[in-house]
Design a protein around this ligand. Structure first.
Ligand SMILES: NC(=O)c1ccc[n+]([C@@H]2O[C@H](COP(=O)([O-])OP(=O)(O)OC[C@H]3O[C@@H](n4cnc5c(N)ncnc54)[C@H](OP(=O)(O)O)[C@@H]3O)[C@@H](O)[C@H]2O)c1
Length: 299
């Protein structure tokens, strides 16, 4: 009997992401089964129910995808799922909450490659400022940068938040990933200019459709920087940077990478992640470290 490849899609949200569902079918899964409002407790129980029913020989035909907007909760579900499986009853797991693992990996790998192309050295010791860095994509980008030796700052751009919010998130990153990241806020052009002056790399990872960096600020910055945007919903996160631009000079001495250039790589990385859990012969965990390696391999 031919076994079907099943993907159990757990999300912390009200609904599973159609983007992820489409990609799972395109990569070759036969059936995608969504579960919403999953908690670590429910995730653990679901995992135990998944692992036994198809026998030891059937485990490689079942996989679990963990997603949703709540990065910390999704990672806690991942840990609970792992805890509730044991050899030989283990299935492969992929985690990509709100696309943050694949998107941040594509962003950081693309910028790293661009530094090499521009003969600007590597990521180590670069000052990186992540505008809108408190969301899932910004947080994982910060983790990858810090792990690569960057001096990394996440900046809260939403004026409805408290000035301390980014600092609180930075502490969480230290606790959860063991990385050193600083937090700040910037909701005036003067404060942005002050924070961005010394940056070698500037990322815009703010909410879709929110512009966080104006051309007038860019024009006042010293040259020798790379800026990158992941927001593909107009207006772009960085004024004057079109989504399809790839290392284009957007103001003298400042090169930009647009959201669709990063999005194209993100798409390939997510394909690689899904394909890995679908084809793995034994239990494999596909996380942001896998995603980052996949992004580098694709470039
Ligand atoms: N190119 C691709 O393939 C791809 C894939 C996935 C995602 N994305 C894009 O990546 C970006 C980040 O995604 P995400 O899920 O991490 O985003 P998010 O959680 O929606 O927002 C990220 C950041 O934006 C801030 N923000 C919210 N409202 C704001 C406002 N009115 N003014 C200024 N800042 C505001 C948030 O602040 P708080 O933390 O205080 O709320 C947070 O720091 C989005 O633009 C998304 O569309 C791109």
């Amino acid at each position: 009997m031919e076994r079907k490849h099943l993907l159990y899609m757990f999300t912390t949200d009200d609904y599973a992401s159609p983007f992820d569902i489409n990609m799972a079918y395109d990569v070759g899964f036969d059936i995608v089964i969504p579960y919403t409002h999953v908690t670590p407790q429910i995730g653990g129980l679901l995992a135990q129910d998944i692992i036994f029913s198809r026998g030891v020989g059937g485990t490689k035909f079942s996989s679990i995808f963990i997603g949703g907007s709540d990065l910390n909760l999704a990672e806690d579900i991942w840990k609970a799922v792992e805890k509730n499986m044991f050899p030989p009853f283990q299935v492969s797991i992929m985690i990509d909450p709100k696309g943050a693992y694949s998107t941040a990996s594509a962003l950081v790998a693309k910028v790293e490659k661009s530094l090499e192309v521009c003969k600007m050295g590597g990521l180590a010791d670069k000052n990186v400022v992540i505008l809108g860095g408190t969301g899932p994509v910004g947080r994982i980008a910060a983790v990858l940068c810090a792990k690569n030796g960057c001096h990394t700052k996440i900046v809260e751009t939403d004026p409805s938040r408290s000035p301390e919010f980014a600092e609180t998130v930075a502490k969480t990153l230290k606790e959860r990933y063991g990385v050193s990241v600083t937090g700040d806020y910037a909701w005036t052009p003067e404060k942005k200019l002050d924070i961005l002056k010394e940056a070698h790399l500037i990322f815009s990872t703010a909410k879709a459709g929110i512009q966080v960096l104006s051309k007038s600020i860019l024009e006042k910055l010293p040259p020798g920087k790379i800026v990158a945007d992941v927001n593909a919903v107009p207006p772009s996160g960085i004024e004057g940077l079109a989504s399809n631009q790839d290392l284009a000079e957007i103001v003298p001495g400042i090169l930009g990478i647009g959201a669709l250039v990063i999005g194209d790589l993100k798409y390939k990385v997510e394909m690689d992640m899904l394909d890995k859990i679908r084809t793995a012969e034994k239990m494999t965990v596909v996380d942001y470290q896998f995603a980052y390696k996949a992004a580098k391999k694709r470039l």
